[in-house]
Design a protein around this ligand. Structure first.
Ligand code: NAD
Length: 265
C-alpha cells in the first residue's frame, strides 16, 4: 500500500529533472499530488513528452522551465515561474549536477567553473530566491542532492568533491539560520545510482578493460560501496518524501546518507 505523506496540492521545483535522479524525484512528488516544475536540458520534444507522461500518470500539474542553472537571473525566473503558475512554493530540490573526472594538475579551468556553478552556486541562488516565499508561507522544505562525495573524497574528482562538500556546508548554515522560520534545509547524500550516465560508463569500462559488465559494476564502479548494489531511485524518493512531509519537521541541517555503507568505512 502506498504511503500517504499528505502533500497533495503543494508545489515543488526540482532542478535538473529532465533526467535521472531529478526526474525520478519529480515523479515521486507528483505521485503524492504535488504540482511540480521540471527544469533541465535536453531534446525539447522528449522533455515535453516526459512532462505530459508524468502529468497523465499522476494527475498532478506538471510544468517545465528551461533555466540554465549557471545563470542567477534565470534561476530567479524559475522560482518566480513556479509562484506565477501555482501561487506558492513549498518544496525546492536542488539536484542539477554535472561531472568531469580528471587529475587536478590538468583539470581545465572552465570545467572547474562549470562544476562549481551548476552544483554549488545554483544551490545558493535558488535557495536565496525561495526563502522569502517560504518565509511568507511560514513553512518550506529545501532538499539538496549532495553525494557520498559531499562527505568523503575520491581521486580525480576534486572539483566535484569540493562542490558537494560546499553543498553540505551551505545546507548546515542555512538550516541554522532558518531554524525558527518553519523552513527545513537538508541534504541527501546518495552513493552510486544507476542513472543513464552510469549505465553508459559500465558499457564503456567493460569494453576498455575487457571484463564482463557485472565485474565492472562490482570491482570498478561500486569499489567503494560495500553492499555492491546500486542505490535505486525509490530509496532516494523515500528519503525525500520523509523530509518534505510534516513528520520531517525536526530534521534540519542533516546529511542523509543513502549509500550502501560507503561512508561508514
Ligand atoms: P543526470 O545527468 O541524469 O541529470 C542531471 C540533470 O541536471 C539533467 O536534467 C541535466 O539537464 C541537468 N543539468 C545539468 N546542467 C544544467 C544546467 N546548467 N542547468 C540546468 N540543468 C542542468 O545526473 P544524475 O545522476 O541524475 O544526477 C543528479 C544529481 O545527483 C547530481 O547533483 C549528481 O551529482 C547527484 N548524484 C548522482 C549520483 C549517481 O550515482 N548518479 C550519486 C550521487 C549524487
Amino acid at each position: 500500500m502506498a504511503v500517504d505523506y499528505h502533500l497533495e496540492g503543494q508545489v515543488a521545483v526540482i532542478t535538473g529533472s529532465t533526467s535521472g535522479i531529478g526526474q525520478a524525484l519529480a515523479t515521486a512528488l507528483a505521485e503524492q499530488g504535488v504540482n511540480v516544475v521540471l527544469n533541465g536540458f535536453g531534446d525539447p520534444a522528449k522533455i515535453e513528452a516526459d512532462r505530459m507522461a508524468i502529468q497523465k500518470k499522476t494527475n498532478a500539474a506538471v510544468r517545465y522551465h528551461g533555466a540554465d542553472m549557471t545563470k542567477p537571473k534565470e534561476i530567479a525566473d524559475l522560482i518566480g515561474y513556479a509562484v506565477k503558475e501555482f501561487g506558492r512554493l513549498d518544496i525546492l530540490v536542488n539536484n542539477a549536477g554535472i561531472q568531469h573526472v580528471e587529475a587536478v594538475e590538468t583539470y581545465p579551468e572552465e570545467k572547474w567553473d562549470a562544476l562549481l556553478a551548476v552544483i554549488l552556486s545554483s544551490t545558493f541562488h535558488a535557495t536565496k530566491a525561495a526563502i522569502p516565499i517560504m518565509k511568507g508561507q511560514g513553512r518550506g522544505r529545501i532538499v539538496n542532492i549532495a553525494s557520498a562525495h559531499g562527505l568523503v573524497a575520491s581521486a580525480f574528482k576534486a572539483p566535484y568533491v569540493a562542490a558537494k562538500f560546499g553543498v553540505v556546508g551551505f545546507t548546515k548554515a542555512c538550516a541554522v539560520e532558518l531554524a525558527r522560520t518553519g523552513i527545513t534545509v537538508n541534504c541527501i547524500c546518495p552513493g552510486y545510482v544507476k542513472t543513464p550516465l552510469i549505465e553508459a560508463q559500465v558499457v564503456d569500462q567493460a569494453k576498455t578493460r575487457g571484463i564482463p559488465e557485472d565485474r565492472v559494476i562490482e570491482d570498478v564502479i561500486l569499489a567503494a560501496q560495500p553492499n555492491k548494489t546500486f542505490v535505486q531511485y525509490g530509496h532516494l524518493a523515500g528519503q525525500l518524501l520523509y523530509l518534505v512531509s510534516d513528520v520531517g519537521a525536526s530534521a534540519t541541517g542533516g546529511s542523509f546518507v543513502i549509500d550502501g555503507g560507503w561512508t561508514a568505512q
